[in-house]
Unconditional design. Sequence first.
Length: 237
Amino acid sequence: MEASRRWPYAAWFMAVLGLVAVFSSSEAYVFYAGGRDGWVVDPAESFNYWAERNRFQVNDTIVFLHDDEVGGSVLQVTEGDFDTCSTGNPVQRLEDVAAGRSVFRFDRSGPFFFISGDEDRCQKGQKLYIIVMAVRPTKPSEAPEPAGAAGPVSSKSWSWQAFPPAGATTPPPLPPSWGSAPEHAQAPGKSSLGGSGGGEMSRSSSLGAPPPTSGAAGLAGVVASVVVGVLGALLMF
């Protein structure tokens, strides 16, 4: 019963979280043309320089604050009319949402041109162009490699070592005289293998035969142990 009462609250909470995520992903900003000076004839900072310091994106809004008594209307015009301050054929005349406040929302990327509704004021610098940045598509995240996937094997980073099979006896180490040659020792030449290299042959033959290993004795011991174990098991029955 208690769980059924909590369910509506949980569903409502999840819905609120979803709305917050949607609004945060499509966050838009409001800009005031000219900054603190507003839409005036002689701002402390030129309108175009102010626009260059900001980054405008689709769905952002710009607000023109002007003094309605001195003809501070705002027109959206083409690039040609922007250059000549022509007010005869505007693309759009911005309506005031309140006294001395005109608002425009950027619904696409690209350039936008605004001038004063008074040509004389436009000639004095009350004009503004803005470049709206294009919407960048979200890059899909790359799928991670499977945990068991093996990367490229480098021949320099791997070494292989042979191991004796299980149960095999390890032969005892050879005497020092039968060990491997020193690191800087040279292999015997043809003269040492033939009859002409008598000195090399006599030096190697003086080492004598290698001592017998205990591999055979160890194998015999293992066989004897197995036989004794089998006989003991038969006697128990």
